[in-house]
Design a binder for this molecule. Sequence first.
Ligand SMILES: Nc1ncnc2c1ncn2[C@@H]1O[C@H](COP(=O)(O)OP(=O)(O)OP(=O)(O)O)[C@@H](O)[C@H]1O
Ligand SMILES: [Mg+2]
Length: 646
Amino acid sequence: MAIATVLDTGLKVVGHLRLKQWNKVVPQIKSLQNGYVNISDAQLRKESLALRYRAKSGDSLEKLLPEAFALVREASKRALGMQHYEVQLLGGIAMHNHSIAEMQTGEGKTLTATLPMYLASLTGRSVHLATANDYLARRDAEWMGPVYRMLGVSVGIVETQMPRAQRARSYQSDVTYGTAKEFGFDFLRDRLLLRRTVDGSADLLGGMLGQNQNVGGDKTIQRDPYFCLVDEADSLLIDEARTPLIISAMPGEDYNTTIQTYHWAAESVDRYEEDTHYEYDYQKKTVTLNADGRRMVREIAKPVELAVVGMFDLYEHTERAIKVAREFLLDRHYVVRDGEIVIVDEFTGRLSEGRKWRAGIHQAIEAKEDVEITVETNQAARITVQDYFLRYERLAGMTGTAADSARELNKIYKVSFVAVPTNRPAQRKRFRTSVYGTAEAKYQAIVDEVLQCHDRGRPVLIGTRSIDKSERLAELLRDRGVALKVLNANNLPAEAEIVKVAGEKGKITVATNMAGRGTDIKLGKGVEQIDGLHVICTELHDSARIDRQLIGRCGRQGDPGTFHQFLSLDDDILLNGLGPRKSKSLESRGADADNVPHRLASLFRKAQAKVERKYFRQRQALMHHEREHRKIQQQMGQDPYLDTPG
Ligand SMILES: Nc1ncnc2c1ncn2[C@@H]1O[C@H](COP(=O)(O)OP(=O)(O)OP(=O)(O)O)[C@@H](O)[C@H]1O
Ligand SMILES: [Mg+2]
């Protein structure tokens, strides 16, 4: 731990020194901009084209940086009516220098990004901005579009539901905004196409491209990966990196039997009881049938099709079905949408379309919800998020919450870390954390607090950990006569609209983590005078970074704002972090306590730190596993990202 702290401090000191160095460039940029103030828009564009010409004829980006940044700053002033603050110029320089810039929530990273993006685009090579979700990709591309266009730079967007032909055009644009997931999947699809052209194995691809895509020609669509700026860098480079991106192939022969087995296991699951028929390991989250349980499997009636299935397979199916019934909950971990199971990403509160749980879990859930069981995933192509990003020649990032992860980011992605100071001092105020015995008591207190704020007309954002909890809380509030909006994955189309007004007087918004990152809630008229937006955190998340992101929805740009964390002794974080025995005993203490001592608050943070470490280890294991997989593929002379056909 001591060494870790020293290393962390070291990274930060280096970042600080570099910042000092870069500070010297700022006056240069500003004085160059003075030279552009009086020229026409058309002339501004000409200057921009001249820069591009110089870049193509060999001038280094380093050398062009001051002029390029000056042009962007002037263009932004004209096109958007805001010009980059000095700290934003610094952030831009940091990102050009392959750093992760930590700029606090609400400091204006969207605008800052235009600086390194524009500079990189001068090369004429591919320049991507990867962000956390479709909403942010579209919002930022549209919001910053006028700045780029004023400088003659074209902007493309890649979105989940976009046909391939349109994606192809987006990738031809000078700069392209999209999510890491879509960028990654397009990379994999291109890889599959390449293999088809190389060895003619068109059949393997079958309808695969058609399945995920409206087919739009058979050419690859991404250009050589040059520069990628990663927004919400900790989310994309760390949290998302826990599961690889996978494209699956067609089903195997015994499809029907497999499906029947899943259904059979799902239907019999209620008969099995913990400790009587199986052991449940709360730490590892595994279900193991005991002798009685196995006997039950053998004796339960089965459809004739299952006669060919081995007994051990049936045990495994049963254990998986039990696990799924216990751990995977509707409207919490997944939703059913148009007859399909769609994962809800707890970190972002969003639907992870295209992603699937592995090792039969997804199919077991489909059986449980009685929707069509999708084919067992024969993987055709896969890539980890780490590998995807490492393919870029140049990588940089920005986020409001990177400090804790500086070392991990440095180690994996070879990017350095720079903490950029805020433009104006933050005015966000924290209420003393409240601890309650039960969720019930906690929710009542939350409702009371919302009502108090509401009386004064203050807008309130309430963050919850899951869809079902957001709806539950909304119901409690409505019972007390509060008009509100719910922002969760079931309400995706209304997202932009809800966010747009969430900072206005009297607005109450209950949200999942969907509102946790990137969302810019602007204060309505007169709200500054009544202390700005109030954010209520109803639970701790599995990572403190996520909590900080939620809190970061208030007190942006030096605005006033307050936040209040509510905890209760039956919170998930205690179970996840401290294990069942400890958390159960706390829970029972909570049930008969009127007054929970505040000092218990530190327990929650401790539990959270434990969960954070668990995820860290998982990421390490995944990376190790993938590295080995790649090595083997390469030894066999295969494409490391494609699985061997047949
Ligand atoms: N130079 C500027 N002048 C005036 N307003 C600005 C400037 N830069 C940013 N803003 C405003 O600050 C607000 C926050 O910007 P933005 O959403 O980009 O912040 P962020 O750093 O990305 O925050 P988060 O970490 O939450 O994503 C926006 O409303 C934006 O218009
Ligand atoms: Mg942002």
